[in-house]
Design a binder for this molecule. Structure first.
Ligand SMILES: C[C@H](O)CC(=O)SCCNC(=O)CCNC(=O)[C@H](O)C(C)(C)COP(=O)(O)OP(=O)(O)OC[C@H]1O[C@@H](n2cnc3c(N)ncnc32)[C@H](O)[C@@H]1OP(=O)(O)O
Length: 722
């Protein structure tokens, strides 16, 4: 591990340059904070130091407060582990220093990093620096003075926008300069020189010595403040209904404006300490580390292999998935040959790719130039002639085993021997797909989630024979195209679709037990998923659900509920959003509305299943609806863990967040179950299995852990298939 240190050098110009060094992002770890305090004290004492510059080594100012400390607080429950960095460092040593302090910012100043800079008397930055207060994404609020200094530096309205409303977006440096957050933007080679000069000029009285905590010039009148905060609170309620940190951040800001900046700092500390112990913060910080852990796969990333560069990829199938995958690849600067069976389908596929790329431009995710460049990397073909020099093929045709087997036999023959043979199947066992080839070591699953150019998850499925090099290469491509690759083992449905296969089924059980279908969707969205199971079926199309569902139903028939509802809907001419006839009315520009004309079809399903005692619907609360739908998912996730389909529980957490939209502020499916309590999950499922059958029967893994009081996430399985 690289040495964590803070160094100081005093130049002939009388400027002490204090440098943070804590690779890779110069996080403000405890030794960094105490090092900074020591160096500021030393600079204050030394007669040869007239002014101070603080900067970061390696082209990065600071990625903020060390998030590992939050994790330690979560593990120990001890909030006293949080250092009083806001007052002891930023106020006492920096802002109230008797010598002027300038921050020289390069690369990034995030969270506590930017807050440290805001405590300085001036800020100089280089172009392309990221300035951002992302604390709310971690379930906390800025805790080193950000809630107080940012409004004073750039005005309340902009500060609220940056901290609370658009806190997930990176801030633009130019805007930062215009608003007054940054005093000057200079080329990297001039950064230190300009900062030193600036610090000296403050010391000599040629430039203003500004303590931002005590500024009031950018704060508006009381009534303006009230109005801005009122609107912000309403917006926060909408964008973040189930979490406390947004309102809490606004509380800290408001208190500071009413009672003064120093009081505000004390409130900020008090609120931060409370929030750190919240389930939301535990969950979000778990997700932060879980996401980074996915890039470490034993026997793949730790055995000295180097990723090969994949320059050209063949995509087979230009449907929804194939065109989305092709889009993601060309936007990631990878040359794509897209193959279809006839010119009509090919044209359609290319049009879809173009529409995807233009959609990214419209949403501001891509510049027009980059879009043109991306589209120039796409070539449509009707045969395999363009596949002779591809480095990888991704097959993305319909879920038909014999068709996929045929394609794999073909590509094994036409593609070069180093070429990776990947399938985007969402459910089918890879060994079956590759059965007719002798290239098992280069067969791998590249399971994208729809829409593939937008959804961040890439499930990389490996069989017992897939080589480590192939997995590493695919992980690398995944990162290049801005996905989060999660490596999983091979089984029907793999990790995500397998674990979530009961999700749709339990919702059908509830409907057939008499629960209002639209209420189920509402309960699930209130819990935090982006849409309920029935709206999801509408959006995906019933045909897709039935086709993919069949593989899982066949594989896990002991715990399957066969609802007639989707078949009845198809029979009545409905196929969801695609054919404009679903459970909801889908109109352009407005939210889907329940289509009440579907109620007789639902009644017919209930009549056929005859599950309601005396024809009466069951009585359930919204919480019970959520639990009856999600506990079976937890149960199946336990089997996925038990069978070693994934190497760590946190991989399934991140996959559920990024692939299924499970709310990150609940930490992912297993993390959430551990918070709810395995025993509670187990006893609930047991009770329902007695009432409604095998579908709810707790798995052995869940039962053992619930009864022994072991968290579901605790590692144990020696059966790992990875
Ligand atoms: C009191 C204060 O108000 C509270 C705070 O400051 S909270 C912290 C606020 N800062 C943040 O939220 C920034 C979090 N970090 C990031 O967004 C990204 O890591 C980044 C943009 C800095 C760099 O991204 P990228 O180059 O893709 O590298 P990434 O893989 O994410 O991170 C590299 C390593 O640095 C670690 N790291 C990044 N930021 C960290 C932080 N603030 N604390 C501790 N470790 C951090 C990561 O865990 C990772 O470790 P690993 O290699 O062992 O997995």
């Amino acid at each position: 591990m690289a040495e964590v240190k803070v160094s100081m050098e005093v130049g002939n110009d009388g400027v002490a340059v204090i440098t943070i060094s804590n690779p890779p992002v110069n996080a403000l770890a405890i030794p960094v904070i105490s090092g900074l305090i020591d160096k500021f004290d030393e600079a204050a004492r030394r007669n040869d130091a007239k002014a101070i510059v603080v900067t970061g080594k390696g082209g990065k100012f600071s990625g903020g407060f060390d998030i590992n400390i939050f994790e330690k607080v979560h593990k120990t429950g001890d909030v006293t582990l949080l250092p009083n960095v806001s007052i002891e460092l930023v106020v006492s040593k920096v802002e109230d220093s008797k010598k002027p302090v300038v921050s020289a910012i390069e690369g990034l100043a995030l969270g506590g990093g930017l807050e440290l800079a805001m405590g300085c008397h001036a800020r100089i930055a280089v172009p392309k620096t990221q300035l951002h207060l992302p604390e709310l994404t971690l379930g906390v609020i800025p805790g080193m003075g950000g809630t107080q200094r940012l409004p004073r530096l750039i005005g309340l309205s902009k500060a609220v926008e940056m901290m609370v409303v658009s806190y997930q977006n990176q801030s633009c440096l130019k805007k930062g300069k215009k608003l007054g957050l940054i005093d000057a933007i200079v080329p990297p080679e001039d950064l230190l020189e300009v900062s030193r000069l600036w610090a000296r000029e403050i010391a000599e009285g040629h430039k203003p010595w500004i303590r931002s905590l005590y500024r009031t010039d950018k704060l508006g009148s009381q009534s303006e403040t009230r109005e801005i905060l009122k609107i912000a609170r309403e917006q926060a309620r909408k964008i973040a209904p189930n979490v406390p940190q947004h309102q809490a951040c606004l509380d800290a800001i408001e208190d500071g404006i009413i009672h003064g900046g120093y009081y505000g700092l004390l409130r900020e500390i008090e609120i931060s300490k409370k929030l750190v112990s919240s389930d939301t913060s535990k969950s979000l910080i778990h997700v932060f580390f879980a996401q980074r852990a996915t890039s470490k796969v034993s026997n793949v990333t730790d055995i000295g292999l180097k990723p090969r560069q994949l320059k050209k990829v063949g995509v087979i199938g230009g449907g929804l998935m194939g065109s989305g995958i092709a889009t993601a690849l060309i936007v990631g600067n990878i040359y794509v040959v897209l193959k279809e069976v006839n010119s009509e389908y090919l044209l359609k596929g290319i049009k879809m790719v173009e529409a995807n790329v233009h959609g990214l431009v419209t949403r501001g995710k891509l510049t027009r130039d980059k879009a043109d460049k991306a589209l120039s990397l796409l070539k449509g073909v009707l045969d395999y002639s363009g596949f002779k020099d591809v480095d990888m093929v991704i097959e993305a045709v319909i879920e038909n085993i014999s068709l996929k087997q045929e394609i794999f036999s073909d590509i094994e023959k036409v593609c070069p021997p180093h070429c990776i043979l990947a399938t985007n199947t969402s459910t089918i066992d890879l060994n079956i797909i590759g059965e007719k080839t002798s290239s098992q070591d280069r067969i791998v699953g590249a399971h994208f989630f729809s829409p593939a150019h937008i959804m961040p998850l890439l499930e990389i499925v490996r069989t017992d024979k897939t080589s480590a090099q192939v997995i590493l290469d695919l992980m690398t491509v995944g990162k290049i195209i801005k996905k989060v690759p999660v490596v999983v083992g091979n089984c029907p449905g793999f990790a995500v679709n397998r674990a979530f296969f009961p999700y749709g089924q339990s919702s059908h059980i509830l409907v057939n037990l008499g629960v209002d279908l639209f209420r189920i969707d509402r309960a699930i969205t209130s819990f935090g998923l982006p849409m309920g199971p029935f709206l999801l079926a509408d959006v995906a199309g019933y045909g897709v659900s039935l086709l993919a569902g069949k593989v899982l139903v066949d594989a896990f028939s002991d715990r399957t509920f066969q609802s007639p509802l989707l078949h009845l809907l198809v029979k009545s001419g409905r196929n969801g959003k695609n054919n404009g006839k679903g459970l909801y009315i889908h109109e352009k520009g407005s939210k889907p509305k329940p289509d009440l004309s579907v109620l007789p079809v639902i009644e017919e399903s209930r009549r056929l299943t005859n599950m309601m005692t005396n024809g009466k619907p069951i009585s359930v609360t919204d919480q019970e609806i959520v639990e009856m739908i999600l506990f079976p998912v937890v149960n199946e996730a336990c089997r996925v863990l038990d069978e070693g389909i994934i190497i760590r529980a946190s991989d399934l957490d991140i996959a559920s967040v990024l692939g299924m939209g499970f709310p990150s502020y609940r930490g992912g499916i297993i993390f959430w179950a551990d918070l709810v309590g395995p025993k509670y999950v187990y006893t609930s499922l047991k009770k329902w299995s007695e009432l409604y059958g095998n579908f709810f029967k707790p798995s052995t893994y869940l039962e053992e852990r619930a009864l022994k009081g072991i968290p579901l996430s605790a590692p144990a399985s020696s059966k790992a298939r990875l």
